[in-house]
Every structure is written in C-alpha cells, then in structure tokens.
Design a protein around this ligand. Structure first.
Ligand code: BGC
Length: 268
C-alpha cells in the first residue's frame, strides 16, 4: 500500500463525487486498496479497523492530505452494537452511507472431519453474518433517508467453485451470493443496488502461506488462464464503476475478478 502516492483522480474521471462509503476490513489488502480507490474517485470514506488503528489513521491522513475525505472507526462486524455505532459515527462525520463495501473476511483450512465447530462458526460469523449486519444497517440508513445507494459484497470465486478443506469458507461465500441476490430483489424497488465482486487468487496477506511455498504458488497459477496472480488493485479498480451511477442498471450480479479462474482451465 503506497500511501505517499495517494491522490485524487482528475475531476472528470471521478466516479463517486459526493458519495459516502464505508469499507469493512479496510486495513487489509483488498480492503485498503478499495478504500483508497473509492477516495480517489471522490467518495468520503470510513476506514474501519479492529486492531490496526495505526494503519487506519495513516490511511485517513494520506487521503486527507491528498485532498480527499475520510474518517476511521473501530468496528467488529460480528457485533451488532458495534456495526450500528460505526454507521452512526459515519453519519455524523461524513453523512449517510450510500456505498457499503462489505469486505471483511477470514479463511482457515480444515478437512471436514477435523473441523472444529468454533472454526466453522467463526468463518460464517465474520464472512456472512458480518455482511448481513452491515447490509442491514446500510439499508436501514438509506431507507430512513429515502436515498439511493449501492451495497457491494466482497465475495470470492468460491461463491461458485467448491474448495476442499475450505468448506466453511465456501459456505460463507455461496451464502453471500444468495443473500446478496435475495436482498437485491427487496431493495431494488427503493433504488438500492446490490452486487458481488468475486476475486480469484490475489497476492495479499490472506494467501501468504501459499505465496511463500513455490510449489503451491505454481499450482494456483495453473488455475489462472491469464497467467498471473491478481493484485489488490486489480480488485479495487473493479469496484468504483459498479458502485457508480454509470452502472445504474447493474443489479444482483457478480463481477468475477479472477484472471479466468472460473473458466475451469484444467477441465478437459
Ligand atoms: C481466497 C484465496 C484463494 C482464492 C482462489 C479466495 O477467495 O481468499 O485464498 O487463493 O480464493 O482459490
């Protein structure tokens, strides 16, 4: 994350001027890149944090120094009160959130027969219940304000591709897809659009164990027709258009950002 390089895009390239965004998991790889990209497009952005308050504050300072607007808020997406408080803080500081990026997510590896209930619950809790709590709060705020908005869910290719030893993760992302589509139907008549962004293999901390093992890194590459791992910016740059008025007719769909991983390159 090159914070010194932060600058707003030229005025006529900005897609999100006047918008108020809240990004969860904003101090991590894809979350941080997304928060910065939204800010570069002119959105006022709430950067959440759990333990990395320094990172969040540094991001806010960089955005502000570059002419953007941002604030930091402590948020545990699994905690209802914490979610309600984070949206209230954003409303006071920046205005009603009209662009949620529900990005906070975790993954752990475990064969089914060894999977502890605690592991299952934790992954579902952060990835799926967290998305639900944030979506509900965003939708409540928009409905109360009679405003339009966009809810973006950071899903995964694993909303579609089964993944051995990550069944809880796949359940959370597959669940996210149908959750998103169901609420997309509920909210569309109110001018609130819901979409998924589904990254493939992105070189961020969540994949460090794989990236550090040459064989595993190559094995993943074999699943990517485009021939390279993705970068956080590949995902971040795919978000603003979907969230902007330019994509006003895009409702309830998933945008895969995966170098072709969902084309099943090894199926012959
Ligand atoms: C996971 C990564 C994985 C990728 C492709 C993502 O959802 O977070 O760990 O490399 O899917 O399998």
């Amino acid at each position: 994350m090159d914070l010194d390089a932060f600058h707003l895009h030229p005025p006529d390239a900005r897609l999100l001027e006047g918008r108020v965004a809240l990004v969860t998991g904003a101090t991590g790889g894809i979350g941080a890149a997304t928060a910065l990209e939204l800010a570069a497009h002119g959105a006022a952005v709430t950067v959440d944090y759990r333990s990395k308050d320094d990172t969040a504050r540094t991001m806010v300072e960089a955005i502000t120094a570059g002419g953007g607007r941002a604030t930091a808020v402590e948020l545990d997406v699994t905690d209802e009160d914490s979610v309600i408080a984070a949206f209230a803080t954003t409303r006071e500081a920046l205005g009603t959130v009209d662009l949620l990026v529900a990005n906070a997510g975790i993954e752990t590896r475990s064969p089914l027969v060894d999977m502890a209930l605690e592991d299952w619950r934790r992954v579902i809790d952060v990835n799926l219940t967290g998305a639900f709590l944030c979506a509900r709060e965003a939708a409540r705020g928009l409905r109360a304000a009679g405003a339009r908005g966009v809810l973006v869910f950071m899903s995964s290719v694993h909303e579609q591709i089964p993944w051995m030893e990550f069944s809880h993760y796949c359940a959370s992302k597959g669940g996210m897809k149908l959750f998103m589509q169901s609420i997309a139907r509920e909210l569309a008549p109110h001018g609130i659009r819901c979409v998924d962004v589904a990254p493939g293999a992105i070189a961020t901390a969540i994949n460090r164990p794989v990236l550090e093992d040459p064989q595993e890194r190559e094995a993943v590459l074999d699943e990517i027709p485009y021939g390279r791992w993705g970068e956080a910016d590949d995902v971040a740059r795919a978000g603003p258009w979907r969230a902007s008025a330019q994509a006003d007719y895009v409702v309830g769909t998933t945008l895969f950002v995966d170098g072709g991983m969902t084309l099943y390159p090894n199926f012959v």
